[in-house]
Structure formats: structure tokens, C-alpha cells
Design a protein around this ligand. Structure first.
Ligand code: ATP
Length: 364
């Protein structure tokens, strides 16, 4: 398999007199067999980065190496996308509507003039791997969303690529089947040890598939790490929001406690030199509501239940400190609570995140 190395890579688009730095001086290595995920806000360079790796865009400056061979150099695509041994799956899947599933999957082999019997064997093999054996004679319009996506993946894999590039591959799927589609891609990626780059705005896509992830902001990687590192220790409040639901609340530091109205979070052992105002980050699943203190939690103080809603197996409970009902805090709960009641807000102390007022994490 292939190691991808990117060195000082930039891509600048010119729009009239203005320049857009879509990718800004990025250097990164994606090891052979690794699944690397790229997260980021809309318009910050995720797709451009993937298209540069694919060879669909030429860099403005910098280099891309596949196993030490320069495949792109400044203003030049040295090796074409076809020769790079890459396969791509896009958001819209781009199936040929007038071809059957079999012909869609076989298409890249036909283009490469592979003998007919070999094509049949190979299509049979990948369609079994992807659970498509029963629908090979159907046309795309006769398929479910999941089957269409698996056909697109089968077509991408039929030439045994060395690198798999996925751009928002699950966003056209219904929520119910997205989870199984992610699991399937993860299984194939791990079994084939395919060097993979997946780009998505949805952290669940990245966390399900990637061994390592990067968050791209303004064309630069603002943080790179394992999915857990990025989720648990986000370098900024923006990354905290991009990686999952989080309450970001302004707090005052008084005697080594973060104070939010009547609520208090002790900041033992955290060195917050000279900070008197901070932003505290609390993920809803690191909070709970209880009248008694629970093991592994600290008591933040009394809150009032404002709103209760149910979704996907959990209750979302919006609470406010009793002395300031303008502050909303979302808590995940297994049981509903009645609106208007007062109870204690508990937090897992080792999961509390502290940011300065500019959004930088103070304790990573
Ligand atoms: P999204 O999540 O919305 O797809 P993204 O993070 O993938 O966004 P890109 O599509 O890479 O972002 O775009 C990065 C920046 O480059 C944007 O400002 C975009 O408008 C600009 N851009 C991308 N492609 C072109 C192009 N061909 N010509 C001019 N500007 C472009």
C-alpha cells in the first residue's frame, strides 16, 4: 500500500482580484494502510485537499509524494489520477443510470481493457464483498440508497486501488443506514489495509472510520490526533464544536473555581495563570442530573429544568442555574425529568474543558 506525504502544499484560487487560500502550506504524512479523516467547517479546504491528493487539482506550491515519488509539484500534476492507483467515492456516487449494477462495477475494468472472464470474476468477488450479488442486473433507479452507495464503493474497489478517497460518502444516506454503511467501509478499509482519506463535515463519519484525524480551518490543520484526542482535548472551542455537541459557557475564576451564576467547577491542579474570565466546555454526555452525588462526578450546584426532549435513545434536558435563567446547559439523560423541578447538575471533573476568551484550550 501507499504512504502519502504532503510537503508545504498550498492551493490558491484567484477570483478576480481576490485570492482564496483554500489549502495553506500543509505538511502531513498519511502512513500506508492508515485511514485519515479530515473534518472542518464548510468552505475551509477539505475538498480541495482531497482533490489535490487525487491529482484533480495542481498545487500552487508544494509537493505530494506517493511512496517517495513526487506525484504533484508546484503547478504540475506529475502523475495522473489514473496512474496513482486511487479510487474515489463522492457524495453523489455518480453511477451511470443507463448501466446495470454489473456494468457500473465492471466499467473501470472495461476501460482498462481487462479480458471479459477476468472482469466477470472480479465483479463477482467485489459484489460479494459488498452484498450486491442479488442486484447485479438492476439499474441504479431500482436500487435503495444503501445499494447505490455500495455499488459506487464496489466500482471504486474493483481495480484493487492502493488509495481510497472518500468525500462526504454518507451524507446522501438515510440516518438509519448510515451507521451500517460506515461499519462496512471501516471493515473493508481495515481488511484491505487501504490507505484512506475521508473528508466529511460530520464527526461521526470521521470517528467511525479514521485511525487519525485532522481538523482543517482556513486551509490549515488546526489539530491532528487520534479521534479520541481531538474529541477529548480539542485545541480550540471551534474544534470542540466541530467534533460534537458541547456547552460553551463563560465563567469567572474565583479562588481556583470556575463560577457560572450559582454553579461552581473546582479547577484543582489546573494552572490558569492570570486568567479571570474563561469559557468552560461541558459535553452533554459528561453531565448528569441527580439529587444525590454520584461516584466519579462533582456537584456543580442547583439547576432548574427548562425543557425536555427525546431523540435517538436519550433525553436532552435543558437546564439553567437557578440564579440565572438566561444560561442554557444541555444535559444527556436516560430518564426524563419534569419541567420546573430543581436538582443538582453533576459533571465528570476530568472531562471539563477550559478555553480562554479567544477560544484556545488552556489545559492541553
Ligand atoms: P464544503 O464542506 O462546503 O464542501 P470544503 O471545506 O470542502 O467545503 P473547499 O470546497 O475545499 O471547502 O473550498 C475551499 C475554498 O476554496 C472556498 O472558499 C471555495 O469557495 C474555494 N474554491 C474551491 N474550489 C474553487 C474553484 N474551483 N475556484 C475558486 N474557488 C474555489
Amino acid at each position: 500500500m501507499t504512504t502519502i506525504r504532503v510537503e508545504n502544499l498550498s492551493k490558491i484560487f484567484k477570483k478576480g482580484k481576490t485570492e482564496v487560500k483554500a489549502v495553506d502550506n500543509v505538511s502531513i504524512t498519511i502512513d500506508s494502510g492508515m485511514a485519515f479523516g479530515v473534518l472542518g467547517p464548510s468552505g475551509h479546504g477539505k475538498t480541495t485537499f482531497l482533490r489535490l491528493i487525487a491529482g484533480l487539482e495542481e498545487p500552487t506550491s508544494g509537493y505530494i509524494y506517493f511512496d517517495n515519488e513526487a506525484v504533484s509539484s508546484p503547478r504540475r500534476v506529475v502523475m495522473s489520477p489514473e496512474k496513482r492507483g486511487i479510487a474515489m467515492v463522492f457524495q453523489n456516487w455518480a453511477l451511470y443510470p443507463n448501466m446495470t449494477v454489473f456494468d457500473n462495477i465492471a466499467f473501470p475494468l472495461k476501460l482498462a481493457k481487462v479480458p471479459k472472464d477476468k472482469i466477470e470474476n472480479k465483479v463477482k468477488e467485489v459484489s460479494e464483498e459488498l452484498g450486491l450479488s442479488g442486484v447485479l442486473n438492476r439499474y441504479p433507479k431500482e436500487l435503495s440508497g444503501g445499494q447505490m452507495q455500495r455499488t459506487a464503493i464496489a466500482r471504486a474497489l474493483v481495480k484493487d486501488p492502493k488509495v481510497l478517497l472518500l468525500d462526504e460518502p454518507f451524507s446522501n444516506l438515510d440516518a438509519q443506514i448510515r451507521e451500517s454503511a460506515r461499519a462496512l467501509v471501516r471493515k473493508i478499509q481495515r481488511e484491505r489495509k487501504l490507505t484512506t482519506l475521508i473528508v466529511s463535515h460530520d464527526p461521526a463519519d470521521i470517528f467511525a472510520i479514521a485511525n487519525k484525524a485532522g481538523v482543517i480551518v482556513n486551509g490549515k490543520f488546526a489539530q491532528i490526533g487520534t479521534p479520541t484526542e481531538i474529541y477529548e482535548y480539542p485545541a480550540t472551542d471551534l474544534i470542540a464544536r466541530l467534533t460534537g455537541e458541547i456547552n460553551l459557557i463563560q465563567a469567572k475564576i474565583i479562588e481556583n473555581n470556575a463560577i457560572i451564576a450559582n454553579l461552581k467547577v473546582p479547577l484543582n491542579n489546573m494552572e490558569l495563570k492570570g486568567q479571570s474570565n474563561i469559557v468552560i466546555g461541558l459535553r452533554p454526555d459528561d453531565l448528569t442530573l441527580s439529587d444525590t452525588l454520584l461516584d466519579k462526578y462533582i456537584d456543580m450546584g442547583i439547576v432548574k429544568v427548562k425543557l425536555v426532549s427525546y431523540g435517538a435513545g436519550i433525553f436532552k434536558i435543558v437546564v439553567s442555574p437557578i440564579t440565572d435563567e438566561n444560561i442554557d446547559i444541555i444535559v444527556d439523560a436516560e430518564e426524563p425529568l419534569e419541567t420546573g423541578i430543581e436538582t443538582h447538575l453533576l459533571a465528570k471533573p476530568n472531562k471539563v474543558k477550559i478555553f480562554d476568551l479567544n477560544g484556545s484550550n488552556l489545559i492541553t
